[in-house]
Design a protein around this ligand. Structure first.
Ligand code: DO4
Ligand code: MG
Length: 294
């Protein structure tokens, strides 16, 4: 089962439960932000009530008749952790000549690297475009397992996040990290949220990414969340230490797949990220915000 945001025809976005290829709206829940403001027991109960009524045949739609949207809206923020896998640490050391040791240090430090990634309104959903910024030379997608937490800081479920990044801008100076990471079209998420109560082990998932260019595979790789150096609980505890998220928060846990230099994304690339038990997120690359809007 997945919690999704979706639109049927020209209707307003809705929040619903997807089971197989059937979706049903969650009664009385207008937005995902509103849902994530509720206690975990309430959210689970609402999903289970909808599932229990599945057999009655009332009110469902086929997946084919809806558009699935990014699973965030309203005041929900997306945050991300960095350098949580050895591969990410090595890749950053390689790209940043003069500041390489900061990545080594944060990889082993008690305090994780956490950064604001996106407001909900600019998170790309399934099938949407993502942006490799026009003033960057080396750009990569970062396929990441993302935890979705409610206002109380409880993990409600998991989704996929693509933390699009400029390696050349971050590599020039780590203080440029916000420009390397936070810009229009730099974050995609979805397709849905797999409830935490249905997932046995978030540290035993396979992450796969394939980048297709002109009908050919330009890059492909696979990794396991078993390599995550920190637990989701630990990352969430740091995030909530001195902050609050009344509309919940998506916390992306960092990347374990980074294409070797000099690989860079190109306009027209298709990025396909799948995480076992969670789903598949596909996006298309444009270069520059004018192309994103066009
Ligand atoms: O320190 C830079 C960010 C690292 C990151 O986004 C990741 O490891 O996924
Ligand atoms: Mg990342």
């Amino acid at each position: 089962m997945q919690l999704i945001r979706y639109r049927a025809g020209d209707g307003a976005p809705q929040v619903g439960v997807l089971d197989g290829d059937q979706v049903r709206a969650l009664p009385g829940v207008g937005t995902m932000a509103e849902l994530l403001g509720r206690p975990a027991t309430w959210i689970r109960g609402a999903c289970e009530t909808v599932l229990a009524g599945w057999g009655t045949g009332a009110g469902g739609s086929s997946l084919r008749r809806i558009s699935v949207l990014a699973p965030v809206d309203g005041g929900t923020e997306v945050w991300a952790a960095g350098v949580t896998y050895e591969r990410s640490m090595h890749a950053r050391v390689q790209e940043s000549l003069e500041s390489a040791d900061i990545y080594d240090r944060v990889y082993t430090a008690a305090r994780p690297e956490l950064f604001f990634k996106s407001a909900a309104w600019r998170v790309a959903g399934p099938g949407d475009r993502v942006n490799a910024r026009a003033d960057s030379q080396v750009d990569v997608p970062e396929p990441e397992l993302a935890a979705v937490l409610n206002a109380d800081g409880d993990v409600i479920g998991y989704t996929i996040c693509n933390d699009m990044s400029s390696r050349s801008i971050e590599g020039e100076n780590p203080l440029y990290l916000p420009q390397a990471k936070i810009y229009l079209g730099s974050c995609a998420a979805g397709p849905g949220i797999r409830p935490a109560w249905e997932l046995d082990d978030p540290y035993g998932l396979t992450i796969e990414m394939t980048i297709r260019r002109g009908g050919e595979t330009a890059w492909t790789g696979q990794a396991s969340t078993a390599g995550l150096r920190r637990t989701v609980t630990e990352l969430a505890a740091f995030l909530f230490r001195e902050d609050e998220f009344p509309a919940g928060v998506v916390l992306s846990t960092g990347t374990s797949l980074v294409p070797d230099l000099p690989f860079t994304l190109a306009a027209g690339d298709e990025i396909r990220i799948s995480i076992s038990e969670i789903g598949e997120l596909v996006n298309h690359v444009v270069r520059g915000k004018a192309a994103l809007r066009g």
